[in-house]
Design a protein around this ligand. Structure first.
Ligand SMILES: [Zn+2]
Length: 240
């Protein structure tokens, strides 16, 4: 009977929709794993960047310390000369030099303080990043493990549903019906057969001719929506 074939076809479609959902989920897993790995790599590069920053700050610190120690030496020299020369042009120039050196001393002391502050922040940041790296790696590994398990589960479930489909398909008398259904499904967002309980197509919502609607209920021949081409199935022929 045609109506039994249609009913089986509808069962197959329900499984197909389920399989489609599971497949979408399955296909998204490699990208999710890639993203997780990327996040973990980003964390590692942050650590490397912070280490480089610390090295550079240490170099700058040592440069500025050298400058400051030269200034201090020059100041001591200046002081010694000051004891001997107190007046005249030489005395003026010594005073001028002293003023400049004191100004420079202030400037480089501040600069050194800034570098030390930045260095302290970077060291704290590095230590935090290094502390959390272990957790990040562990949780990434755990998540990847879960995704791999999920992948297996999804594959098994899809296989189970495909088997179920095959067992239903053997009951369909018209071998062309499944082929037609699959072709329509491919072109119509995964829905090849629509259930009708009023004279409106359940797929594209166009109004169906009353005559077609009445014939549908007889279940004696196949009817397709004239607009979207989907197979029409009277609701009374299915169990829901
Ligand atoms: Zn339609």
């Amino acid at each position: 009977m045609l109506k039994d074939d249609l009913k089986h076809l509808y069962e197959i479609q329900k499984l197909d929709i389920e399989i489609d959902e599971l497949s979408t989920n399955l296909e998204s897993i490699p990208e999710r794993i890639r993203q997780l790995t990327l996040d973990s790599e980003k964390h590692k590069s942050s650590i490397e960047r912070e280490k480089e920053a610390i090295e550079q700050l240490k170099e700058s610190k040592s440069d500025e310390e050298k400058k400051l120690s030269n200034i201090k030496l020059a100041l001591e020299k200046n002081k010694k000369k000051e004891k001997v020369i107190k007046s005249g042009r030489e005395g003026e120039s010594l005073l001028k030099e002293k003023e400049n050196l004191i100004r420079d001393e202030g400037f480089y002391t501040n600069k050194l303080k800034e570098i030390n502050d930045r260095l302290e922040k970077s060291v704290t940041n590095l230590s935090n990043l290094e502390d959390s790296l272990g957790d990040v790696i562990n949780s990434t590994e755990e998540d990847i493990k879960l995704y791999n398990e999920k992948e297996k589960e999804l594959k098994n479930e899809i296989e189970r549903l495909e088997d179920k489909k095959k067992r239903i398909a053997v009951h369909i008398k018209d071998p062309l019906m499944i082929k037609k259904y699959e072709r329509i499904r491919e072109n119509r967002d995964g829905v090849g057969v629509v259930v009708i309980d009023k004279p409106i197509c359940g797929g594209c919502f166009v109004k169906l001719p009353q005559e077609i609607y009445n014939e549908l209920k007889n279940g004696e021949e196949m009817h397709y929506c004239e607009v979207c081409g989907r197979i029409l199935l009277w609701k009374g022929f299915i169990d829901e």
